[in-house]
Design a protein around this ligand. Structure first.
Ligand code: C2E
Ligand code: CA
Ligand code: CA
Ligand code: CA
Length: 279
């Protein structure tokens, strides 16, 4: 038995050691990766449920490392949130996203809005509002073209500060989406005081469990609440036609998910758009 414990301990140790080594490698390379343009913007389309028309996109970052290949943000974003690099990376993502929107104008594509993710760490940055305003201005865009996704859990940490910041952002014209809505416990409580425009439902409501009648009941309730509060609702993680039908049934406004398309390079996304008018 003693030997067994020793073995588990050794395995655990190896795992932990590999994790730390991996984190160290990521940390060693991140600055250089940013300078060398290894971070790329992928766009995942978002559709209007009522007529299946393209409504916009969410910008999701990918790390295209020369040796490791395409890396998932699910691994490096939490690390960057710990070591503080996220503020720098997010500013880069916002800038690149606005540049793409600006290029679309020149190419005559429709004036879609794109959502970017704002990490909880960004909220505490002294000049978040100034930086975002500067970024849209740099590319001649109205702030409303940029939707800002802030995860629900960020709202619970420092409600006072986030309410102030979000109010300022809205005054400037940015559209605020609460990401992962329903993932925590205080969602309903919070909604009352939160100046937001869009609810983005947590994937758990949409995926496998959706089949449960109680989930459909909760979704119906959230939709009613959203209507009453004048918020529009986005469902993400839609993977099947059946899920889409259930969302249609409750009157959800927008959908995003693998059923329609995975996040894709910007050039590929352009092929989904039809140029407006002509020269
Ligand atoms: P999120 O903001 O909740 O983004 C949604 C995630 O769900 C994305 O994962 C997306 O690719 C994935 N997804 C979309 N449709 C489906 C579907 O039908 N089924 C399933 N199973 N998944 C789907 P991704 O791109 O790996 O990003 C993971 C998380 O990393 C994001 O979750 C977000 O929290 C963070 N993230 C990504 N890009 C950025 C960024 O530029 N800045 C910040 N701060 N965070 C980012
Ligand atoms: Ca998001
Ligand atoms: Ca313009
Ligand atoms: Ca989400």
């Amino acid at each position: 038995i003693k030997g067994q414990y020793g073995k588990y301990f050794a395995e655990y140790n190896d795992e932990l050691r590999n994790k730390l080594l991996r984190e160290q490698a990521i940390t060693d390379e991140m600055e250089q990766a940013l300078e060398q343009g290894q971070f790329e913007i992928y766009l995942q389309p978002k559709y209007r449920i009522k007529d299946d028309s393209l409504a916009g996109a969410e910008a999701l970052v990918r790390w295209n490392h020369p040796k490791w290949g395409i890396q998932s943000p699910a691994e490096f974003i939490p690390l960057f949130e710990k070591n503080g690099f996220i503020t720098k990376l997010d500013q880069y993502v916002w800038d690149k996203t606005c540049r793409v929107l600006h290029e679309w104008e020149d190419k005559g594509y429709p004036e879609l809005s794109v959502s970017v993710n704002v990490s909880r760490a960004d909220i505490y940055h002294a000049d978040l509002v100034g930086i975002l305003v500067h970024t849209v201005k740099k590319y001649g865009l109205p702030p409303s073209r940029l939707h800002l996704e802030i995860t629900e859990s960020a709202y619970t940490e420092n409600p006072k500060q986030i309410i102030d910041t979000v109010n300022n952002l809205r005054e400037q014209g940015f559209v605020i989406e609460m990401d992962d809505f329903g993932s925590g416990y205080s969602s309903l409580n919070m909604l009352n005081d939160m100046p937001i425009d869009v609810l983005k439902l947590d994937m758990k409501f949409i995926q496998n469990e959706t089949a449960k009648p109680v989930n459909q009941g909760i979704l119906r309730f959230i939709m009613g609440l959203a209507r009453w509060m004048n918020l529009s609702v986005v469902a993400e993680g839609v993977e099947t036609g059946e899920q889409l039908e259930r969302l249609r049934e409750i009157g959800c406004d927008f959908v995003q998910g693998y059923f329609f398309a995975k996040p894709m390079p910007c050039a590929e996304f352009e092929s989904l758009m039809v140029p407006q008018g002509g020269l």
